[in-house]
Design a protein around this ligand. Structure first.
Ligand SMILES: Cc1cc2nc3c(=O)[nH]c(=O)nc-3n(C[C@H](O)[C@H](O)[C@H](O)COP(=O)(O)O)c2cc1C
Length: 187
């Protein structure tokens, strides 16, 4: 049997921040089930915003030449895509997350991510996690990705969410659910 693959992306600008902690928890759960997991911090990449040129609508190819070009094949090869973001400014994802989500437009036209399994992580100090979950999982659904669920956590300083036992449990449960759906799909 071939090994399942997952790509888990943390879209916080802060290295070692709360989103990293939560996304790593999902990654560890999947790794524990034998999945080959790639953990990616979008802040480590050079990602430019979508410039709305619409080149991708006819070609399925993004003409913006940056690190996203290396991410496209990895998204297409993965069986599961998990995306995490901090809440920034009330109810939405970080700028880094929105740039990443917009750049997946190139794969949307031909539905290149259809039937993969997806999930969302959102972390905030106090408010807005469900708004961020909605943004992430809404994008996954637009790609015809099957959404396994979400996990939310709370904390302000980097690492605070490690004290949020409920959040870590949710992240673990999301990892288990992603694995369950991957295997149920018999991909
Ligand atoms: C620009 C910015 C906007 C933020 N807006 C909110 C907010 O609206 N609500 C909230 O509860 N926390 C807000 N926060 C706090 C972060 O969501 C919180 O610190 C989170 O744990 C950061 O995750 P990270 O460590 O992965 O970056 C904001 C932080 C920044 C930098």
């Amino acid at each position: 049997m071939r090994k399942y693959r997952a790509i888990c992306l943390s879209c916080s600008p802060r290295k070692g921040g709360n989103t990293d902690v939560m996304v790593r928890k999902v990654s560890e759960t999947l790794t524990g089930s034998g999945v080959a997991v790639e953990f990616v911090r979008t802040a480590d990449l050079k990602l430019s915003p979508c410039d709305a040129c619409w080149h991708c609508s006819g070609t399925g190819h993004c003409r913006v030449n940056d690190d996203m070009q290396a991410i496209y094949p990895r998204l297409m090869q993965a069986d599961a895509v998990v995306i995490g973001s901090p809440v920034h400014m009330g109810h939405s994802v970080s700028g880094q997350a929105q740039i990443f989500l917009d750049r997946t437009f190139a794969l949307w036209h031909q539905k290149r991510l259809t039937d993969k399994i997806g999930g969302a992580i959102a972390v905030s100090n106090r408010r807005g996690t469900m708004g961020a979950v909605k943004v992430i999982n809404g994008t996954l659904l637009a790609h015809h990705i099957m959404v396994a669920g979400y996990a939310t956590g709370y904390g302000l300083a980097p690492g605070d969410v490690s004290q949020d036992a409920r959040a870590l449990k949710e992240a673990e449960a999301l990892g288990r659910r992603v694995y369950q759906l991957m295997t149920a799909m018999g991909r």
